[in-house]
Write a protein that binds this ligand. Structure first.
Ligand SMILES: Cc1cc2nc3c(=O)[nH]c(=O)nc-3n(C[C@H](O)[C@H](O)[C@H](O)COP(=O)(O)OP(=O)(O)OC[C@H]3O[C@@H](n4cnc5c(N)ncnc54)[C@H](O)[C@@H]3O)c2cc1C
Length: 207
């Protein structure tokens, strides 16, 4: 019998353990998978609570359905019927910073008016197309990448809340994986091939 230990019961570990078992069954391989989780619950960043009639998400509240694998996994697990399409009324996002909620600006004029990022922070963001390239052979972390291209304040108030503190500051190996999952490409390559992120995201959206 083959034995595999999966460390971590977040979505990555759970999906890995599930797929290993599924593939082993299909290939008629005798496999024992043990999943180790340091907390008292599995799920990692994914966690919901119900309080006073409200459903609150501690972490993710959705995923993009552009990749079939995620929907396939939901179907396989019998969860497809529970999926809810995002509601256009919920498009407004808020970030808590400096003691208040700020609506996440959705366009240039709203961004200029927003108090989420200070004027020096906004100027730093505007310099993004001129950000230098990372040193050769450096596998930048997500935090280093965002700090170099967007500045400290954008990292703290925009990137941090979206990906979670640990992912933003975790160790290099962990973040490289995290970046690949998120962008589909490594930021190191992105920043070598594209002079600014705006053009990168525009190009990618059209692919
Ligand atoms: C506020 C917030 C909102 C988000 N919104 C979205 C969203 O809408 N859509 C989206 O797709 N993504 C979103 N994300 C990102 C998404 O939640 C994460 O990318 C994803 O949940 C990470 O899963 P993971 O399994 O890789 O890591 P984690 O969820 O961090 O799981 C890792 C697990 O490993 C355990 N562990 C670590 N070390 C050990 C060890 N040595 N031994 C045993 N166990 C260990 C940890 O306790 C944890 O349970 C959001 C994240 C945050 C924080």
């Amino acid at each position: 019998m083959k034995k595999v230990i999966v460390v971590g019961g977040g979505i990555s570990g759970l999906a890995t353990a599930y797929l290993l078992q599924k593939k082993a069954r299909a290939a008629k391989v005798d496999l024992e998978v043990t999943l180790l989780e340091q907390e008292r619950r599995v799920g990692g960043k994914i966690w919901s609570i119900k309080e006073e009639g409200y459903l609150c998400e501690w972490g993710p509240n959705g995923f993009l359905d552009s990749k079939p694998q995620t929907l396939d996994l939901c179907r396989d697990l019998g969860a497809a019927a529970h999926l809810l399409r995002s509601n256009d009324n919920a498009r407004k996002r808020f970030i808590y910073a400096d003691g208040m909620l700020h609506q996440l600006p959705e366009n240039g004029p709203a961004f200029l008016k927003s108090k989420l990022i200070s004027w020096p922070g906004k100027l730093r963001l505007a310099l993004e197309p001129f950000a230098g390239k990372p040193p050769l052979e450096v596998d930048e972390t997500l935090a280093e990448f965002a700090r170099r291209r967007l500045g400290d304040e954008a990292l703290r108030k925009l990137i941090g809340p979206m990906v979670g503190k640990k992912e933003e500051e975790g160790d290099r190996r962990r973040k490289s994986g995290c970046q690949c999952r998120r962008t589909g490409r490594h930021p190191h390559l992105v920043s070598r091939r594209h002079s600014d992120l705006d053009r990168y995201s525009g190009g990618k959206a059209r692919q």
